[in-house]
Design a protein around this ligand. Structure first.
Ligand SMILES: Nc1ncnc2c1ncn2[C@@H]1O[C@H](COP(=O)(O)OP(=O)(O)O)[C@@H](O)[C@H]1O
Ligand SMILES: [Mg+2]
Length: 351
């Protein structure tokens, strides 16, 4: 999606991924290598004006060494924090951003503290390598903790108090190289099995918008961050509670391709290349629905008037995101109606 956004601007993306048939390779030249293959990365960097990435689990050490060849954005230090849920919690603490209470789990000796500090239920999350709800378990009682942690491979983890939220939102912003920020409006996100299923933007709440923007600004200043940054929040009766950060373009911002004046992908490229960033204003109320595990027939999707379809060309697998749809509507009710129509289709399609 970044390569597609760069194309009309005359920006060429050259990709590196672990598989030749990865989605990006269908639209841009790709070299196949492991993500920590320094030789391959350095060869790529020597051809490039700038290095960036759209997943979190890249090698921070490799990014740091590429900085000797070419600028790397966003800052590897921000990536290092996002890769470790404990560092992320400490970042929230250091910036005064409220987050769910937590206890670090390095061994069974820490279980008592989970019981006394957090109460039940808790969510245990492996500190590293989790995504789309993977690497985490909801635990209802002290007696179930050992088994749940064993399911995570007894990896270093955190236990987090369960947040009884009204809804979930994310803030996506872009920082240019002079640390000037632009923000998209808060996006409301619905998850199924820990994975993003649908989003509606804008989530209109001036107070929460302002609060979230102030926190993101503090984060950008801390890391001299350049590019797109995302913060996920729980909306609770007492305000926003931060969940996690993503130092990259984000699934909850896919709606910006058709729903904002400049998309997150275009703005990320503009920022990291030292170009002026584009307007983040919306073109209406926008609904986004992920296509997970199964691709419906193209004709069925396109029969929904106004629907924009994105097929990533990935082989379908249960629980795998293989595409998404965006619908630009006049208001929230129509956006929700579009999502409902799509839900019925995805539930009933025989494709
Ligand atoms: N402490 C929590 N309380 C309630 N729900 C949670 C909590 N932590 C995670 N979740 C749910 O699980 C989803 C995925 O968790 P998250 O920490 O964002 O991991 P991932 O990296 O997989 O996105 C969240 O969006 C939310 O719906
Ligand atoms: Mg998340």
């Amino acid at each position: 999606m970044m390569a597609l956004a760069g194309y009309p601007l005359g920006i060429e993306c050259h990709l590196l991924d672990t598989r030749a048939d990865s989605s990006g390779g269908q639209v841009a030249p790709i070299r196949v290598a492991e993500l920590d293959d320094l030789q391959a990365l350095e060869a790529l960097a020597r051809e490039a004006d700038v290095i960036t990435f759209d997943i979190e689990n890249v090698s921070v050490a490799a990014l740091e060494s590429l900085q000797a060849i070419v600028p790397v954005h966003p800052a590897p230090a921000a990536v290092a924090v996002a890769q470790d849920r404990l560092s992320e919690k400490r970042l929230f603490d250091s910036l005064g951003i409220p987050a769910a209470p937590y206890v670090t789990i390095d061994g069974a000796a820490d279980f008592d503290e989970v019981d006394t500090e957090l109460g039940w239920p808790v969510v245990i999350k492996a500190r590293r390598l989790g995504y789309d709800g993977r690497g985490q378990r909801l635990v209802d009682s002290a007696g179930e903790l050992a088994a749940a942690w064993a399911e995570l491979g007894e990896r270093p983890a955190i236990a987090e108090g369960f947040v009884d939220f009204d809804c979930e939102v994310s803030l996506i912003g872009v920082s240019d190289q002079s640390q000037n920020l632009r923000f998209y409006p808060l996006t409301e996100n619905r998850h199924a099995d820990g994975m993003l299923e649908s989003s509606i933007a804008p989530f209109v709440n001036a107070e929460l918008q302002q609060q979230a923007e102030a926190w993101m600004t503090a984060m950008v200043r801390k890391f001299h961050y350049v590019g797109i940054l995302t913060i996920e929040f729980f909306v609770t009766p007492s305000g926003l509670v931060a969940n996690e950060i993503a130092p990259r373009v984000h699934n909850s911002g896919h709606w910006t391709i058709e729903g904002a004046v400049s998309s997150q992908f275009e703005n990320h490229l503009r920022a990291i290349l030292g170009l002026p960033t584009g307007a983040t204003t919306t073109r209406g109320t926008i609904a986004m629905r992920n296509l997970i595990g199964r691709m419906p027939a193209r004709a069925e999707l396109l029969a929904i008037d106004g629907l924009h379809m994105h097929d990533y060309g990935k082989s379908p697998r249960p629980g795998r995101k293989i595409g998404h749809c965006t619908m630009v509507a006049a208001d929230r009710n129509s956006a929700q109606a579009s999502l409902d129509t799509l839900d019925r289709l995805l539930g009933s399609s025989t494709a």
